[in-house]
Ligand binder design. Structure first.
Ligand code: MOS
Length: 763
């Protein structure tokens, strides 16, 4: 068996390009619109992704997936497939390596599990969803494996499956928790207040299944370098948790599993859970004792990796004639199979956005025989804001109050359900700035009153909301006598600018020119960073780097004191890192750290640090906010919808890098346009089979569907968040669908409460 040469971790470095990034006139790195440091390797094709590592002796694995949703494998004949040229082995439940159940994803941060489902994979003959892997064909080439996979004959004993949401939603139950929060929250008596309200709205909103459709399909290349040592290149947003959970499944120590994710070609939550393809890739490599690559086809991503759940939500609002909310009810039912437990947090926005004395939010789940659902960009908040922010708009029309004014009237001063103060919240300011730049005041209030030839024109607005999470994490920072510095964290670069902003922060924190810095990431062997999810990565790593840099400064202070030169009186209290050295804070003395290291005869010093526990999340209500403004045009004769203008005015703490931040918000808005107008995963409710598992039939937005998008940031630092920053990976999609639905109402007078808003719903 071949031995995999340990591949160096991904290292990102800023390459000076004065024309593109005129850093000379920047006062600091934080807040500078630096271009992405990983940009050039990606556009030139030099970046290598998980399926592009080719260790010696590599074999290719292809999955065979079930074509029924529920039942048993009555027989499985692999003999014809095995006789084909190139086939090395075929795994089924009869001969697959014995594997343990993985732990489900644990949001408390204590456990390291990250499975979306705790099913043991290919360990028995039971079929639980249509698309479940039933065999793995391993061959010399991808083509041989793909062809042989078509020759595996499976006989199923089919049983009736639960697939239709409408048929089974009445069986919904209250889950134990919703990502660690109570499933129900009650303040006052919302139903009684609703019945007594002067003005009320009460409506049901429906959203379909969705899939992530990252451009890079899920892929892994696995190598067992010893019986109990696994190296796996995987397109994951959670290297450390993958290592821990793969360790559980194969009964080896987490430290013996090295998960390397050099670049990830989009994930959106779809690569945060350990799905069966990664497990089966490692199992195949173990079975044949050779390196194996398993890359899902686009169709198989739909079958093997879950997406966003279908959902039905009720929002009921009661208000006084002057617009003060007296009742807010938001309930929802979502789906999760009985081998998973993820209740999507649709009611989270309603817990934090509006002041009211009577509130009820409640979530239910219904078990269906589908692939496990999972997080998909702002899971819960994206579809939750569709319902809530549509209802607020409906109430505004019922009251004849401008929808922005209605939100201003009900802006809370403390968190409506937790009672805690807000760490930072300037949503009203974001609305005011956005309204001015968008020209909100120029629209007409009467629906269906604006026209441009055959097009009906309308404007909409909705609130964006996403919590500001921070998770515990670690980082290591090293200073070298050659004047460079290296930052190490098991972080993930999925295209959002992780490496870039971490270099900016570390350079500022160390007081070093940014081109002296190296950021090492994408490997579970590095210090423990959290999952790149929950929009937590930037601040989680920043907090750990701060601790590590403090540790480095302690070492420098100690060395400088012992050296007895101009810094003989330096202490932690009177010093700072600045201009490439250790300085007295009053600026009177300083020495380059290279001098301090050289005098001490040290090649390098390093410090590893853990971020303090994120206690601020308990003391304060911490969130990011925004106002999504849009204009749509609807063809009066055909119902065709075009989004013609977009402006997002965001309140997301301090912006570390406006260029990557605007990109994140734009990406979220584009995904939201898809969610609102064209995307939908279609299940055949008779068979539980996804009917449109391809980009030809699942319609993500393309360039012509997307208008120019203006993004404004309040850029107000949150005093309780590291660097004053918040994560911004997810908030961009929130509020988008409601803003579009509200604009469609403004244009046509038709209120569409079911996504996607396709033209048939407008005729
Ligand atoms: Mo995100 S849906 O937490 O990757």
């Amino acid at each position: 068996m071949s031995v995999m040469q340990k591949v160096v971790t991904t290292v990102a470095r800023y390459m000076p390009d004065a024309a593109r990034d005129p850093l000379s006139d920047a006062s600091g790195y934080i807040g500078h619109p630096l271009s992405r440091v990983d940009g050039s390797v990606k556009v030139t094709g030099a970046a290598r992704f998980a399926a592009e590592y080719a260790p010696e002796d590599l074999l290719y694995a292809v999955l065979v997936c079930s074509t029924i949703a529920r039942g048993r494998i009555a027989g499985i004949d692999t003999t014809v497939a095995e006789a084909n040229p190139g086939v090395v082995s075929i795994l089924t439940h009869r001969n697959a390596p014995r594997m343990k159940r993985p732990s489900l994803f644990d949001v408390t941060g204590q456990g390291q599990g990250c499975a979306p489902s705790d099913l043991p994979v290919m360990q028995d003959d039971v079929i639980r969803w249509n698309g479940q892997p039933v065999a793995v064909v391993i061959a010399r080439t991808l083509e041989e494996a793909e062809f042989a996979a078509t020759l595996v004959a499976v006989n199923y004993a089919s049983e009736p499956a639960r697939v239709s949401f409408d048929e089974h939603k009445a069986d919904a139950i209250v889950p134990g928790d919703v990502i660690g929060e109570p499933p129900e929250v009650r303040v006052g008596d919302a139903e009684t207040a609703l019945a007594a309200a002067a003005v009320s709205v009460d409506a049901v909103y429906r959203t379909p299944w969705y899939n992530h459709n990252a451009i890079e399909p899920h892929a892994a290349t696995a190598v067992w370098t010893a019986d109990d040592r696994l190296t796996i290149f995987d397109s994951t947003q959670a290297t450390r948790r993958f290592a821990a959970t793969l360790g559980e499944v194969f009964d080896v120590k987490a430290a013996n599993v090295d998960v390397i994710a050099p670049f990830v070609g989009g994930a959106f939550g779809g690569k945060g859970g350990l799905w069966w393809n990664s497990v089966l890739c490692a199992a195949a490599a173990k079975a044949v004792k050779r390196p194996v690559r398993l890359s899902l086809s686009r169709e198989q991503v739909y079958r093997v990796v879950g997406g966003r759940t279908i959902a039905e939500q009720r929002v009921a609002l009661g208000a006084t004639q002057r617009g003060a909310l007296t009742a807010l009810i938001h309930t929802c039912t979502t789906v999760t199979p009985d081998h998973a437990r993820y209740a999507e947090q649709c009611t989270f926005p309603a817990r934090h956005l509006y002041a009211t004395e009577n509130l009820f939010v409640g979530q239910k789940i219904v078990h269906l025989d589908t692939v496990a659902n999972t997080w998909m960009r702002a899971p819960g908040e994206s579809i939750g804001t569709f319902a809530l922010e549509s209802a607020i708009d409906e109430l505004a029309y019922a009251l004849t109050i401008d929808p922005i004014e209605l939100r201003r009237i009900n802006e809370p001063t403390t968190d409506p359900t937790k009672g805690t103060p807000f760490s930072s919240r300037a949503l009203t300011d974001a609305y005011a700035r956005g309204a001015q730049q968008f020209g909100w005041g120029e629209r007409t209030l009467q629906p269906r009153s604006q026209r441009d030839g055959g097009w009906l024109v309308g404007q909409g607005v909705a609130t964006a909301y996403y919590p500001a999470y921070r998770f515990p994490g670690r980082a290591r920072v090293a200073l070298h006598a050659d004047g460079t510095a290296h930052v190490y964290a098991a972080a993930h670069e999925m295209g959002m600018g992780t490496a870039t902003v971490q270099l900016q922060h570390a350079a500022e924190r160390l007081g070093l020119p940014i081109d002296r810095l190296f950021f090492h990431y994408g490997d579970s062997a590095l210090p423990d960073s959290p999952i790149a999810g929950g929009s937590c990565q930037t601040v989680s790593i920043v907090a750990a780097v701060q601790t590590a840099v403090d540790g480095l400064r302690e070492q420098l202070v100690e060395l400088a004191r012992r050296q007895g030169g101009s810094l003989a009186a330096v202490t932690m209290a009177n010093s700072e890192l600045r201009s490439g050295g250790l300085c007295l804070a009053d600026g009177s003395q300083g020495e380059p750290f290279t001098t301090i290291l050289q005098r001490a005869g040290k090649e390098r010093i390093e410090a590893e640090g853990a971020a303090p526990m994120p206690m601020e999340m308990f003391k304060y209500s911490m969130g990011s906010y925004g106002a999504q403004f849009c204009e749509v045009r609807v063809r009066e004769d055909s119902g065709e919808i075009r989004v013609s203008r977009w402006l997002a005015s965001m309140d997301c703490g301090r912006i570390v890098n406006p260029k990557t931040a605007e990109s994140q918000i734009r990406g979220g808005i584009i995904m939201g346009i898809g969610m609102a107008l064209s995307e939908e995963t279609l299940y055949d409710t008779r068979t539980g089979r996804i009917m449109n598992p391809s980009l030809a039939e699942y319609h993500v937005p393309v360039n012509l569907d997307v208008p120019h998008i203006d993004v404004l940031f309040n850029d107000i630092p949150d005093p309780h968040s590291p660097l004053g920053a918040h994560g911004i990976g997810e908030i961009g999609i929130t509020g988008v669908a409601a803003s579009i639905a509200n604009a469609v109402y403004s244009a046509t007078g038709k209120r569409i409460r079911e996504l996607p808003i396709t033209l048939d719903k407008l005729l």
